[in-house]
Design a protein around this ligand. Structure first.
Ligand SMILES: [Zn+2]
Length: 202
């Protein structure tokens, strides 16, 4: 039985590890790049190196940025007293697109998942502690998916805030969001409603 060249198999393995790409699509993409996609492959190589050299993580909130501080954190017109906790920069973008939120963010990068060995130390939470100590925050809004991981992460953050700064209100998006659906996939109206109808977390 003939085999694919090793480099193709490796490329397919890397592509297959990306979110939303199954093994078949990964193989198809890898083969395409090797056969028809010379230009694509070169562009991809260039853009990957740009992403690596030009994109960083905002030191305050964890959002993607070209500068040390992202646009949101650097914007003095934003209400820095309210901090919305989201999982990914895509979630942040989706909230921004509702046009209904003018506060700051904390982008966790991933959710706490004990079953997968992801503890709080692997999540961008430490910076929240510093922000809480710094004072000035009045409300933390948990905008996390309604999954076991989302709930566990929300609970961890609620407890952390309660211990560090009991005066700070912790709220959650309104109930009734579809279970297991990422914030980035919610349509604007649903997200807007969930934000307006947010309630104190318990
Ligand atoms: Zn930021």
């Amino acid at each position: 039985m003939t085999k694919m060249p090793k480099a193709i198999t490796e490329l397919a393995a890397i592509l297959g590890a990306l979110p939303g790409i199954g093994p078949k699509s990964a193989n198809r993409l890898a083969v395409y790049m090797a056969t028809n996609g010379q230009n694509n492959a070169e562009n991809l190589q260039r853009i990957l190196s740009d992403v690596k050299s030009q994109v960083r993580i905002c030191k305050l909130c964890g959002n993607l940025s070209e500068e040390a501080l992202c646009d949101v954190c650097a914007d003095s017109d934003r209400d820095q007293k309210t901090v919305m906790v989201v999982e990914t920069p895509m979630d942040l973008l989706q909230v921004e697109q509702t046009g209904e939120y003018n506060g700051a963010y904390l982008v966790l990068g991933r959710l706490i998942s004990p079953i997968n060995g992801i503890g709080p130390d692997s999540v961008n939470i430490a910076s929240l502690n510093e922000r809480l100590q710094g004072g000035g925050i009045e409300e933390i809004i948990l905008a996390l998916t309604s999954t076991v991981e989302g709930e566990a992460t929300g609970l961890y953050i609620s407890n952390l805030v309660r211990d560090a700064a009991p005066d700070i209100k912790v709220s959650k998006l309104a109930r009734g969001l579809p279970t297991g659906v990422g914030i980035e996939y919610l349509d604007k109206e649903t997200l807007k409603g969930a934000l307006e109808g947010r309630r104190e977390s318990n």
